[in-house]
Design a protein around this ligand. Structure first.
Ligand SMILES: [Zn+2]
Length: 159
C-alpha cells in the first residue's frame, strides 16, 4: 500500500514524479540544480531526478532535485544554502513528507568554500579554509586568514 502526502501526491501536470524514500531539494535558484547535485556527489549511482526552470509560485522559476534513498546532513544543507539560499529540503519516507527543512547559511563556513585570493595561505598550503558570512543576502564572505571579500556569485566550493 502506498500512501501519498499532500505535498508528494501526483497532481495534474506534474512534471517530476514523486519518490518513495529520499530527499527533495526544492526552490533552487534556476540553473543551479546540476551544480548542486554535482557538489553533493548525488550523481554517483543514486536515482536522481532533476527538474530545471520549473514554474514556482514563489520565485517565478526554480530548479528541483529528487534523490532516492539519500538523506542530507546539516553540512550538506549549509553547502546548498551557499548556492541556493531559498532552497527547502524535504525528507520523504514511505512516500510521505517526514521532515521539512530550510537551508541556512552558517555564520562561519568551515572548509567548504575556497578563498578567491590566489595568494591566500589556504590556496598555497594545506590549511582548511574558514570564511565568515559578513552579509547573507546578498552573500558576502570574508576570509579569516587574508581578509579577502568574496561575493556569492564568485564563490567556488571545494571539489
Ligand atoms: Zn584568504
Amino acid at each position: 500500500m502506498t500512501e501519498y502526502s499532500q505535498q508528494n501526491a501526483p497532481k495534474k501536470g506534474l512534471i517530476v514524479s514523486p519518490i518513495e524514500n529520499g530527499t527533495v531539494i526544492d526552490h533552487l535558484t534556476p540553473g543551479k540544480a546540476i551544480k548542486i547535485a554535482d557538489m553533493l556527489g548525488l550523481m554517483q549511482g543514486a536515482v536522481v531526478i532533476i527538474g530545471q526552470n520549473l514554474k514556482s509560485t514563489k520565485y517565478g522559476k526554480k530548479d528541483i532535485i529528487k534523490v532516492e534513498n539519500r538523506f542530507l546532513t546539516e553540512d550538506e544543507c549549509s553547502k546548498i544554502a551557499l548556492i541556493a539560499p531559498h532552497a527547502t529540503v524535504n525528507i520523504i519516507r514511505d512516500s510521505a513528507l517526514y521532515e521539512k527543512r530550510n537551508v541556512e547559511i552558517p555564520d562561519t563556513v568551515e572548509d567548504v568554500a575556497l578563498c578567491s585570493n590566489a595568494n591566500c595561505i589556504t590556496n598555497k598550503e594545506k590549511v582548511p579554509t574558514r570564511l565568515f558570512a559578513q552579509n547573507k543576502s546578498p552573500l558576502v564572505l570574508v576570509c579569516h586568514y587574508c581578509g579577502f571579500e568574496i561575493k556569492g556569485d564568485d564563490l567556488k566550493l571545494k571539489g
